[in-house]
Design a protein around this ligand. Structure first.
Ligand SMILES: Cc1ncc(COP(=O)(O)O)c(C=O)c1O
Length: 354
């Protein structure tokens, strides 16, 4: 039978734009810890120039590595670029596969993709509970055994926004055997204000540590998918062997380099986040609603048994937040800091639907 593609396409149900909540003006999209602002102007102009070269395979990875290396005062050979930090998480699991060591350790809760990707690659997942909503590195250390291969630490932790500090991290590293890789996912590091946040970059050459960062959050490039890892040279070249050629597209590479060069943009984003976070703190205190003070661009809020219902009612009012049932925290929602208008709208709507 001859298939008329044109006619077939017509049969696909049409989803009105609003189904993609957030891309039309009516929605406050506060569920994925995204940057509420469009990217830096420098990103737009550099991408526009690069359009001319899209007949070529992506260039620009070496230049981005060099720019990242300069920012962290390290060598380009210590930098790995991925299609979002998610690709780096997957790449790590692929490269680290081992005959007898086949277990990862993560905190519970933690960013969901660690466990998902680990299971795809045949690892067993060991979870370690939080203590008082914080990752307890001593407890994680006590769960390392002969089967442990990779430990994923997320700092600040998604979904709590809490951090572990430099001193505890250094003590922890002394307990990790050399066969185990510690991945420190710092997707939200730019937002941290605490002076005790670990300077992981100092540890990457001395310990089996891979530091992950992303352009998806503070730099506003979530839709382009680009993240990076920094580690010791031999680790980076080992991991890179499992990377698909050209996995990061040319626009993403060029946009990331432009974004990195625009400090004024980053400053504006961080200032907005600080202001928004303090607005949330004050408003929630006034409403006597409990929350976990956060070092990131999102806030974990306790709403009790009604949390799921409130999430749905907020959605009906076009305010999208994340119910934390899937993270084992059914009494909580997670809300990203948006623009001040979005933050106000969230608080006003919450008051109405609570
Ligand atoms: C802790 C954490 N790591 C990684 C990611 C994924 O980031 P990317 O967009 O760089 O793949 C996220 C996204 O929400 C995250 O919360």
């Amino acid at each position: 039978m001859k298939l008329t593609i044109h006619e077939d396409v017509k049969k696909i149900p049409y989803y009105p734009k609003a189904m993609l909540y957030g891309f039309d003006e009516g929605w406050a999209r506060l569920s994925s810890n995204e940057n509420p602002y469009p990217p830096s102007q420098k990103v737009f102009s550099d991408i526009f120039d690069a359009l001319f070269f899209t007949n070529r395979y992506p260039g620009g990875e070496a230049e981005l590595k060099a720019a990242i290396a300069k920012k962290f005062d390290t060598a380009p050979e210590q930098v790995l670029i991925g299609n979002g930090s998610n690709e780096l998480i997957e790449m790590t699991l692929r490269a680290m596969k081992h005959e007898t060591r086949n277990r990862i350790i993560i905190s519970d809760p933690s960013f969901a993709f660690y466990a998902i990707a680990a299971q795809i690659y045949g690892y067993e997942v060991r979870t370690v509970p939080l203590v008082d909503m914080h990752v307890d590195l001593g407890l994680i250390s006590s769960r390392i055994d002969d089967a442990t291969r990779v430990i994923f630490l997320n700092n600040p932790l998604n979904p709590t926004g809490t951090i572990f500090v430099q001193e505890d991290f250094e003590n922890f590293l002394k307990t990790v055997p050399p066969e185990v890789l510690v991945v420190v996912d710092e997707a939200y590091a730019e937002f941290v204000e605490s002076g005790q946040f670990p300077r992981t970059i100092k540890d990457v050459s001395e310990w089996p540590v891979l530091m992950l960062r992303t352009f998806s959050k503070a730099y506003g490039l979530a839709g382009l998918r680009v993240g990076y890892g920094i580690g010791e040279r031999s680790l980076i070249s080992f991991l890179e062997r499992t990377k698909q050629p050209f996995s990061v597209n040319m626009m993403a590479l060029i946009a990331a380099r432009a974004a990195l060069s625009d400090n004024a943009y980053l400053k504006k984003v961080l200032k907005n986040n600080q202001k928004g976070m303090h607005f949330f703190y004050e408003a929630l205190r006034e409403l006597s609603v409990e929350f976990i003070p956060s070092e990131a661009n999102f806030l974990l809020i306790k709403l009790g048994k009604e949390a799921e219902g409130i999430t749905k009612r907020l959605f009906d009012e076009k305010v999208v937040v994340r119910w934390m049932g899937a993270y084992g925290l059914p009494d909580f929602i997670r809300v990203s800091v948006g623009t001040m208008n979005e933050n106000r709208r969230f608080v006003e709507t919450l008051l109405r639907v609570k």
